[in-house]
Design a protein around this ligand. Sequence first.
Ligand code: SF4
Length: 129
Amino acid sequence: MSAAFITIRLSSETPDAAFTSHLNLTENPMTARRQFIQWIPAAGLALMAARSAQAEMVGDKDANAVALGYVADATKADKAKFKTYAAGQKCSNCQLYQGKATDAAGGCPLFGAKQVAGPGWCSAYAKKP
Ligand code: SF4
């Protein structure tokens, strides 16, 4: 079996080696090219799935989090400052929580695209009916 190389140039006007990468495929060039082209969308989908799975979490120090007294662990809520806190309250049983009750994290409309921790809490807590 002989090795075949496919050269991919990102720009035909810049044949600079920095813009060129090589694939060492052990098949005929046409088959290898077809396989490579089929592989690109799958790799893109895998990358997108990995990124969405790693949605950014709200940090306790984020300005909005500080204003609302958000903490990733409800038991660490500032009970002196936020007297509405009661034991057992947490994001995962709040009306605004967009994840499932068993999810480690989920969305909350108060924090945009960032996710809050299921065991978290903030002063806007509203018990899920
Ligand atoms: S509003 Fe509810 S879900 Fe959102 S951060 Fe506060 S306690 Fe958690």
